[in-house]
Design a protein around this ligand. Structure first.
Ligand SMILES: C[S@@+](CC[C@H](N)C(=O)[O-])C[C@H]1O[C@@H](n2cnc3c(N)ncnc32)[C@H](O)[C@@H]1O
Length: 213
């Protein structure tokens, strides 16, 4: 079981409880439970891999992942947080306010767009030691990438990481085929325009349906 560090600034407990209740009521199918279980399992697998000798950790598409700062075992490794430059800029701002510089000396931020950049070159430039035993966490990211980018990333990692390295990842089944993908505005137009109405609706929110084969 991985221990955690309590130093990250967290919302006040009352806000936490309110948020938990809100999410569980608004989205009863269990996204919070799934996220908690996924986080915990990956924490444990990452901790085991570093206990087994991995000296480098790569968080691919790190987002707001806080493992590098809250798991004590991570401080004995070098952690490479790879992310799209836009997300990483925002994370960097948050880190400055939330994590003391002395508690992030083992972390290297590596900006890279996995659909266009050479991952191996970006990692090497940040000090990654090729052929060293490494644990790579690729959580909640593959579903945002093309199949080609996923293949290229896995091939790049296979060539770069040492033997006995581990890749921990999540994925969405490739046999999910969207057969409907509309913005809320398009959906509203579909029903309202025939009635002679044009009510405003968000174009940002999307409605999708998938087929499982
Ligand atoms: C849902 S978040 C998951 C973040 C984190 N791994 C977690 O589980 O909390 C998706 C992440 O994938 C990253 N991402 C999406 N497309 C990317 C790309 N083309 N190159 C690099 N990162 C990408 C985003 O910047 C974001 O950090």
């Amino acid at each position: 079981m991985a221990a955690v560090r309590p130093f990250l600034r967290a919302p006040a407990p009352a806000i936490n409880r309110w948020l938990e209740r809100y999410i569980d009521t608004r989205y009863p199918a269990g996204p919070r439970g799934s996220a908690v279980a996924r986080t915990r399992m990956i924490d444990d697998l990452t901790g085991e891999a570093s206990a087994d000798g991995a000296r480098q950790v790569v968080l691919l598409g790190a987002g707001y992942d806080s493992r590098a700062y809250r798991l004590p075992a991570m401080a004995r490794t070098t952690v490479f947080e790879v992310d799209h430059p836009a997300t990483q800029r925002s994370k960097q701002r948050l880190l400055r306010g939330a994590v003391h510089p002395g508690l992030r000396t083992h972390v290297r931020l590596v900006p890279a767009d996995l659909t266009v950049d050479d991952l191996a070159a970006s990692l090497r430039a940040a000090g990654f030691e090729a052929l060293e035993r490494t644990v790579v966490v690729w959580e909640g990211v593959t579903n945002y990438l093309t199949g080609e980018a996923v293949d290229a990333t896995i091939r790049g990692l296979a060539a770069l990481a040492g033997s006995d390295s581990r890749l921990i990842f999540t994925y969405v089944d490739r046999d999910l085929t969207l057969f409907l993908d509309l913005s809320a505005r398009e959906a509203a137009d579909r029903y309202l325009l025939p009635l002679g109405r044009h009510d405003p609706a968000s174009s940002f929110y999307r409605i999708a349906a998938a087929e499982i084969r």
